[in-house]
Design a protein around this ligand. Sequence first.
Ligand code: THU
Length: 138
Amino acid sequence: MSAEKRDEGLIAAARAAADRSYSPYSNFPVGAALRFDDGTVVTGTNIENASYGLALCAETVAVSKAMAEGRRGGLEAVAVTGPGAHPITPCGRCRQVLNELAQLGDTDPDILCVGPGEVHRVKLSALLPAAFGPASLD
Ligand code: THU
């Protein structure tokens, strides 16, 4: 499969995840899809709470699912979709959460920030330079 087709599939998976968003307070459904080096895609969506500050972001849910399934690396690409007029970039906390999984496998994943008419591709290391990660505790 071509790289373009794989990215299209990843974006479609993120969009499908956003359809399952639980975001009645913000009405801002976000979808995230993680692609691993074995081709597996793990998705997440934002899960809000009546105690507003407890909302879980789509990327964090996706990383949590993947790690709960036993993944400890191999993260190659991430697609993030939202409903707004601009491409979604992961929030600061999600950058850190993504970094943990990426550093465990020594990868620097492409982050596909998806907007209505454009896809902005950026490396995680560019979104989170000089990251604090597992190796920082050595
Ligand atoms: N949100 C995400 O899911 N990911 C991000 O990177 C940014 C924000 C969610 C949190 C909240 O449910 C909604 O978007 C509005 O902030």
